[in-house]
Design a protein around this ligand. Structure first.
Ligand code: HEC
Ligand code: HEC
Length: 242
């Protein structure tokens, strides 16, 4: 297993630029990602927009039309006033609990995936520009260190696949630069929508390393680092993946 993988992955690092995730998709998938009528992820966007408007104390009652969320996803994860690092899902859950006084939707619930996709979609095509100064700086360094650490039985760091081997094939996939810009994404293998943290758990499992929980500090700081790596790259959510 290890031999096979290492044979597939020559560890000769080519100095490469980071490229948008869509450039690694097959032409078919890439075209489908751009076409709402052929992209099942749009069902979640539609549902998310319905939830946005629903009820007395709706998201809309404070924020107005969801169009007001334009650009928000380019700035997440972000540090809240109380010092917590929040990704878009966590920010929405906070509003759900603190502003709506309701029970949290729950990570990976269809409602939260839908709302997150609906909010993120409003930034589609806009360049990522997550702030990393001030209180975010320490979180960023944690994420950067995690990214560079060799992990699991296969003893591979994220960058050994997503930098050194981007563009090469692995088990039917073309390895991308490992950006989070397309999440939440509809993945055919999942037969549904999933978060970035769900995808990260799949990468951890792929190298036989510890899978951290959804919403864990490890994956949140990693998400911040991925967002910083992706600066200038377009938001693609909802992505479409095989
Ligand atoms: C009672 C008013 C209120 C309700 C209801 C509410 N929010 Fe908020 N929301 C806020 C305020 C105020 C902020 C600014 C941050 C803060 O003060 O906590 C915010 C911030 C946000 C942000 C971050 C915006 C940014 O620019 O960083 C998102 C995303 C968001 N809310 C989504 C939602 C969603 C989705 C819902 C419905 C599930 C919702 N909110 C319901 C008041 C509300
Ligand atoms: C053994 C190689 C390998 C390692 C190591 C690895 N990944 Fe991946 N990763 C993949 C493959 C293959 C995919 C699916 C194809 C793609 O999108 O790159 C993927 C997908 C992803 C994606 C989704 C990209 C998209 O647009 O759908 C992200 C984000 C990601 N990886 C991040 C990471 C991070 C962070 C680490 C380190 C914790 C990591 N990966 C470790 C192989 C790897």
């Amino acid at each position: 297993m290890k031999w096979l993988l290492l044979a597939l992955l020559p560890l000769t690092a080519l100095a490469q630029e980071i490229r948008p995730s869509q450039e690694f998709l097959s032409p078919t998938l890439r075209a489908q990602q751009e076409d709402p009528s052929r992209h099942p992820g749009w069902l979640w966007v539609d549902e998310g927009e319905a939830i946005w408007r629903r009820g007395e104390n709706s998201c809309q009652s404070c924020h107005g039309d969801i169009a007001s969320m334009r650009g928000v996803a380019t700035r997440y994860p972000a540090v809240a006033a109380d010092g917590a690092l929040l990704n878009l899902e966590a920010r929405i859950e906070r509003c759900r609990v603190e502003k709506q006084g309701a029970a949290p939707f729950g990570l990976e619930s269809e409602a939260l995936l839908g709302l997150t996709a609906a909010v993120a979609q409003r930034s589609r095509g806009m360049p990522m520009s997550v702030p990393v100064e001030g209180p975010a700086a320490a979180f960023l360094e944690e994420g950067r260190a995690f990214y560079a650490t060799r992990q699991g039985q296969l003893n591979l760091s994220c960058g050994q696949c997503h930098d050194a081997n981007a563009g090469r094939r692995l088990r039917g996939d073309v390895i991308s630069n490992g950006l989070g810009t397309g999440y939440p994404a509809y993945r055919l293998e999942w037969n549904g929508m999933g978060s970035l943290h769900r995808r990260l758990r799949a990468c951890s499992l792929g190298v036989r390393a510890t899978q951290f929980p959804l919403g864990s500090r490890e994956y949140l700081t990693l998400e911040l680092y991925l967002a910083h790596r992706a600066r200038g790259m377009p938001v693609e959510a909802p992505g479409l993946r095989r």
